[in-house]
Design a protein around this ligand. Sequence first.
Ligand SMILES: NC(=O)C1=CN([C@@H]2O[C@H](COP(=O)(O)OP(=O)(O)OC[C@H]3O[C@@H](n4cnc5c(N)ncnc54)[C@H](O)[C@@H]3O)[C@@H](O)[C@H]2O)C=CC1
Ligand SMILES: CC(=O)C(=O)O
Ligand SMILES: [Mg+2]
Length: 368
Amino acid sequence: MKIGIPREIKNHEYRVAISPAGVHELVGRGHDVIIEAGAGVGSSFADADFKAAGAQILSTADQVWESTDLLLKVKEPIAEEYARLRQDQVLFTYLHLAASKDCTDALLASKTTSIAYETVVGADGSLPLLAPMSEVAGRLAPQAGAYHLMRQGGGRGVLMGGVPGVRPAKVVVIGAGVSGKNAIAVAYGMHADVTVLDLSIARLREIDAQYHGQVKTITSNTLELEQAVLDADLVIGAVLVPGAKAPTLVSNNLVSRMKPGSVLVDIAIDQGGCFEDSKPTTHAEPTYQVHDSVFYCVANMPGAVPRTSTYALTNATLPYVVALADKGWKEATATVPGLAEGLSTHDGKLLSTEVAAAHGYPVATLPA
Ligand SMILES: NC(=O)C1=CN([C@@H]2O[C@H](COP(=O)(O)OP(=O)(O)OC[C@H]3O[C@@H](n4cnc5c(N)ncnc54)[C@H](O)[C@@H]3O)[C@@H](O)[C@H]2O)C=CC1
Ligand SMILES: CC(=O)C(=O)O
Ligand SMILES: [Mg+2]
């Protein structure tokens, strides 16, 4: 099979959808891997590294899209890529379609077969292709929050760990899943005063045991959430309802009553965000102000640490890419457990119930 990897063109997105090791594996199995010149540079892979692993390098994105059967990306197609989508190609990437009607419409109009990384399900019900990037975004969130809590950026002027004799920052993490747990680990490591809320008592129990009660755990409900947010210097939104639009948990009114200079980092922004005023931002301009608070809503946080993220992402995607390349998408989705959960569009039909619900579209099933 011919497998294509274009350069990512979203704002400050430096990841690439394959590593030289992935190229080596696919070429060894008899596939052709075709990479756009410069695609790996942001992750510190030279064209020569990919060539040495057996890839062919083509100079333009159009050539890569046109000449391949399976196209691997990191981020969802953006408007300037829509014209390249086509019916006889399989697109395997993050899609986050519940948060983008435009992208959903473009995939349907092109009749492409698209498979979303973020809804592929593991044997234990986990999300194996979302998890590595949630780990990265979770670990970055306190780092970004700490930076924006500094006074010069409009923050409250609070140091995460305080100093001996002075209180640390109060960090509230909403969601104790993969990104939430990683955010807790780093915030705790910075000596912040950390509280986590989740609907799942089982997840809170794990955190209580792991941190010996040093991280406060609270079952999420409207009243507890409101009190925690009003008390916080930094709020990290890390919730997910897989495939669906994120629930709105922090209203504009609640933000108006928060401490001046408080910072809100919405990791869940790629699924539409869990704060009422969240709107996607870029690494070039990551924050904006709502009342007296600073919002950070970067939808591709891992793009800031591309070398780490590219390795983490491609380690997880490669087994699925190998199956798609070896078997073709029909057999692969029929035989590889959990891969079919990623199927999003095919032949102009929407195959995800959650995305259909988000946009009020009908959902279809594949003919047997
Ligand atoms: N901005 C970025 O660059 C990135 C964003 N993400 C996004 O981060 C989000 C979280 O992903 P993961 O941590 O992997 O999800 P996860 O599924 O591991 O954890 C989500 C947690 O949210 C909890 N939750 C759901 N509704 C809740 C509510 N109403 N109140 C409190 N807790 C609630 C769930 O019980 C679960 O523990 C996703 O939208 C994901 O796409 C992931 C990577 C990068
Ligand atoms: C999960 C995702 O969309 C990202 O890593 O950018
Ligand atoms: Mg994202």
